[in-house]
Design a protein around this ligand. Structure first.
Ligand SMILES: Nc1ncnc2c1ncn2[C@@H]1O[C@H](COP(=O)(O)OP(=O)(O)O)[C@@H](O)[C@H]1O
Ligand SMILES: [Mg+2]
Length: 268
């Protein structure tokens, strides 16, 4: 089983959109996939998968008050998939969000043990992939998600707001935790991907992250994505959309990151 966390310095980079779609693509390829909402600042997976949960939230699992069967919802019966897609959502009510954000260090240490335990339970149930959506920045819940993952996929926009902060995250988070990291640039304005701008952009990225950084690729800004108001997983509904085709290529390339595809049963 392989665990992938989508992370970013800033909010709004597309972590949730990409986490949901990557999980769907992996499930379309015959894998058993769980996608988990670890974004305690702004939970969103329930929105994009259009489910109205009223119990079984991530903070309850991390506190030890429910078990993984109460957390995970199987979406497979409603979808046409080769594999399986399961989701674990987070509570989006403001009072719960406020409470979750004020948890102390001890709570988060216990939460990390619970998260690692959840991985063990999912491994026992023969899941191939766990995809985790996380909060931006360096909140403790994010650090836990990065610690618990095999690969952190850093979602970044190509502007200095995001690049400067992401470079810092390299130092204070990914390298310090000695975590495999790959970069995916999202919402890229299409003119940036045409020469001569493209070469300049690639130089900027190389200067910022060094030549060793694993670059998974660029996802353009596709207007169809925000036009669906965040309630559509395009990999499921629009297989021929350029967004979906490009993301499928990126998912296939995840295997270039050392060892990432080795123990998975399905194609990656
Ligand atoms: N490649 C893309 N092209 C255009 N819009 C995108 C793309 N990826 C994400 N978005 C849009 O950006 C907004 C923020 O995305 P979201 O996934 O909620 O980000 P995050 O989880 O990082 O806060 C949403 O309106 C979403 O539809
Ligand atoms: Mg999000």
């Amino acid at each position: 089983m392989k665990t992938l966390t989508l992370h970013s310095y800033k909010g709004g980079t597309g972590r949730t959109t990409l986490a949901a779609n990557i999980a769907a693509i992996l499930a379309q390829r015959g894998n058993k996939v769980a996608v988990l909402d670890l974004d305690s600042w702004s939970p969103s997976l329930h929105t994009i998968f259009r489910i109205e949960p009223n119990s079984g939230f991530m903070h309850q699992y991390l506190s030890g008050s429910i078990d993984h069967r109460e957390l995970i919802t199987d979406l497979t019966p409603a979808l046409n998939l080769e594999g399986e897609l399961h989701v674990g959502v987070a509570d989006y009510h403001i009072d719960v969000i406020r409470e979750n954000l004020s948890k102390d260090r001890k709570w988060h240490m216990n939460a990390l043990s619970r998260l690692l335990h959840l991985k063990e339970e999912l491994r026992d149930e023969k899941f191939d992939y766990v995809v985790m959506d996380s909060s931006p920045g360096i909140h403790s819940s994010t650090v836990n998600a990065v610690v618990a993952s095999d690969l952190t996929l850093v979602i970044c926009k190509i502007d200095n707001f995001d690049l400067d902060g992401t470079v810092q995250l390299m130092d204070v988070l990914y390298e310090r935790l000695d975590k495999e990291t790959a970069f995916l640039f999202n919402k890229v304005p299409p003119p940036m991907l045409e020469e001569p701008r493209r070469s300049q952009v690639e130089d900027i990225i190389e200067n910022a992250f060094g030549s060793d950084a694993v670059l998974m690729g660029f996802m353009e800004y596709y207007p169809e994505i925000p036009l669906s108001m965040g309630i559509e997983v395009h990999a499921l509904t629009s297989p021929d959309l350029k967004f979906t085709r490009n993301l499928k290529d990126i998912v296939s390339r995840l295997s270039i990151v050392s060892g990432y595809a080795e123990s998975a049963s399905g194609e990656c």
